[in-house]
Design a protein. Structure first.
Length: 283
């Protein structure tokens, strides 16, 4: 792949809590002139095959990825994995267990919301999910559809954001375990949106556990945070990653195109993955 051009390495589809099909994301990437994207659905790689098939048609490299929910001393930490082997046994086990944890979490959050005075029908919500791995964005969009809030951002601000009244943690896996799972699957790990997690003092511990990179260019990072994490990457010899964290129209997050990561950063990730001995040709 060329060292010129741009990539978005943090995208969600309907296979987790995004609102666009994997193939739709690829078509949008082609329209926006991206050379590569990574599909990084929460705790699942279910959409990678379809996205890569569409990528082959559209001339867009689709990197097999995942965003693993984990815990670090009681704080929610997300670990991105790139160039992972979707057939890896450990990764497949994670996706099955991850979906079960997320379904149970959704049920707990709905119960809390009902007690808080936001009546929701759990069976109706389940019908809207289909086979997707459920996330808070699903529940937020459902609450908007039922008329409880006007937009998704308000749902997170009032009841579903970290520490809010209806929030429930999904993760049981440690961040160190998540990093190990990515490595075993032949992938390269990166700490997602560090500016939102508040664990700056613990990044060194993650590096000691094998963390490969850090998401410097995140959709919700300020310019000051970008400069800070570029410095962290240089100091700790971490690869630099970036992506919009798009969940699709109406999600309240920044959409695809908000972050354009130079392809030279992708080539550095590919080189690291190749050192792990897995095949990392373009999908």
């Amino acid at each position: 792949m060329p060292a010129t051009g741009y990539a978005d390495l943090h995208l969600h589809s309907t296979c987790s809590d995004g609102s666009q099909e994997p193939s739709e994301l690829v078509r949008l990437a082609a329209d926006l002139g991206f050379d590569a994207i990574a599909l990084t659905d929460h705790d699942t790689v279910a959409g990678v095959e379809d996205a890569q098939a569409e990528g082959n048609k559209r001339g867009v490299e689709v990197i097999g990825g995942i965003e693993i929910s984990s815990d670090m001393d009681g704080v929610s930490v997300h670990i991105l994995g790139y160039f992972v082997d979707p057939t890896d046994a450990g990764l497949r086990s994670l996706t099955v267990e991850g979906k079960e944890r997320r379904v149970a979490r959704m049920e707990r959050m709905v119960a809390k919301l009902n007690k808080l005075g936001y009546p929701l029908d759990l069976d109706e919500l389940r019908d809207t999910l289909g086979d997707a791995t459920p996330g808070r964005a699903h529940l937020a969009r459902f609450m908007v559809a039922k008329g409880h809030f006007r937009h998704v951002e308000a749902v997170f601000t009032r009841v579903l954001g970290d520490g809010k009244a209806a929030y429930e943690p999904a993760q049981k896996l440690t961040a160190e375990d998540a990093i190990a799972i990515v490595a075993t699957a032949g992938g390269v790990s990166s700490l997602a949106h560090p500016g939102l997690t508040g664990i700056d003092g613990k990044i060194e511990r993650l590096v000691a556990a094998g963390l490969d990179g850090i998401e410097v260019y995140a959709g919700r990072h300020s310019d000051a945070q970008i400069m800070r994490y570029l410095s962290v990457a240089r100091k700790m010899d971490l690869l630099v990653t970036g992506g919009s964290d798009s969940h699709g129209p109406g999600s309240g997050a920044r959409g695809m195109g908000a972050v354009r990561l130079p392809m030279k950063r992708v080539e550095a990730l590919r080189h690291r993955a190749a050192q792990r001995g897995r095949r990392v040709a373009a999908g």
